[in-house]
Design a protein around this ligand. Structure first.
Ligand code: EPU
Length: 338
């Protein structure tokens, strides 16, 4: 296969902007070229890594194997009813472009997820979520190629076992499949999910009535103010997940730290704002060499230019340790470390 390149530079392919190489690199544009590369002798004994938008990874060393870059495109409406539209989207489509496409057509369901970096194919993996909405609320089915058999299979929403930043693709099917397309069900009526306070404030401030377009714009405004654009500053969004702890423990911590931020997660569990914990542990705005903790959102680690993955990983461990010693809460990375 001619289009395989060697010693490929990954700097522009990960939003942290980390300089590293991979032994082999191949971009697949459709299912057939994916099947072809998976069956070829060249990669028989090579570790494989599927790269999407590179927005949720931390590369800590050169990759000694083949990176397959997903470029399967296409958005198409496959059926509709009076209230809903079923849409098939290629896993290599840029997530935000799909959000803009839906909003333009007045289809509601994913407007709260505007400006999340990455590709459509990665969205079910970690059940992307923001501003009161998770992708699991709109997914019908996920199609993928089984790496071993090279056969295309699919799972229904329920079979994907979605939960907070988690799914079967991060567990039982981890490293075993490659997502090829995702089927979404969007609503023809505005869902107006404005449960998240910041959206209501933003709509008010800009004097807008809620609909999928104004909510989308509100989210774009909020995110642009709070989160760094990888084009200007290397980052991978939230570096850690928000930890879920028992209500009992939360109440105990509250005695000493009455301002701790937490949200009801389930009957007996509270999801704690890791950004708050990290800020209280003194890390917000911290900078060493070319890496640091973003000054406006402590959950985001940043690369000012020449930082490397090892340094960021080391910093993340220090943050974990200090949060643990101050609050007795374990925080774990949300990004995939490779
Ligand atoms: N907070 C602080 N200090 C900080 C950061 C946050 O005190 O430095 C407090 C805020 O004041 C707020 C609370 O923590 O009371 C929550 O902050 P925010 O609304 O910024 O959301 P988050 O919990 O930090 C999560 C997601 C984001 C998503 C936002 C909005 C995770 C791991 N992160 O962040 O997702 O955009 O909610 O819904 O769940 C991502 O996954 O990459 C990501 C950016």
């Amino acid at each position: 296969i001619e289009s395989i390149s060697t010693n490929h530079q990954l700097k522009s392919l990960n939003t942290f902007g980390i300089s590293a190489t991979c032994k082999l690199f191949y971009e697949f544009k459709d299912i057939n070229s994916l099947k072809e590369i998976l069956s070829s002798d060249i990669i028989k004994n090579e570790p494989i890594f599927i790269l999407g938008g590179g927005s949720n990874i931390l590369i800590t060393k050169n990759f000694d194997g083949i990176i397959l870059k997903n470029s399967i495109t296409g958005i198409k409406i496959i059926s509709e009813t009076q209230d809903h539209v079923i849409i098939e989207v290629g896993s290599g489509v840029n997530w935000h472009e799909f959000v803009l496409w839906s909003v333009e057509k007045n289809l509601s369901g994913i407007e709260n997820l505007a400006l999340i970096p990455g590709l459509v194919g990665a969205s079910p993996m970690q059940n992307i979520g923001a501003y009161g909405v998770e992708i699991k609320d709109t997914i019908e089915k996920v199609f993928f190629i089984d790496k071993k058999s090279k056969i295309e299979k699919n799972l229904t929403n329920k079979e994907c076992r979605f939960s907070y930043r988690n799914s079967i693709f991060k567990n039982d099917l981890k490293d075993k499949v490659i997502i090829t397309k995702v089927i979404f069900k969007l609503s023809k009526h505005n869902l107006n999910n404005i449960s998240y306070g910041a959206i209501t404030s933003e709509l008010k401030a800009t004097n807008k009535v809620a609909n999928c377009q104004t909510i989308c714009q509100a989210v774009i405004n909020i995110r642009t103010r709070k989160l760094p654009d990888p084009k200007d500053l290397g980052n991978s969004g939230s570096f850690f997940k928000n930890p879920v702890i028992e209500k009992k423990q939360f109440k105990e911590i509250q005695i000493q730290f009455p301002k701790i931020v937490g949200f009801q997660h389930s009957k007996n569990h509270i999801k704690v704002a890791a950004g708050w914990l990290i800020e209280q542990a003194g890390w917000k705005g911290f900078k060493v060499g070319d890496i640091g903790v973003y000054e406006k959102q402590a959950l985001v680690l940043v690369n000012y230019g020449k930082g490397n993955g090892e340094q960021i990983l080391k910093l993340s461990k220090k943050i974990q340790e200090s949060v643990f010693s101050k609050f007795n809460i374990k925080i774990v990375p949300e990004v995939n470390i490779i």
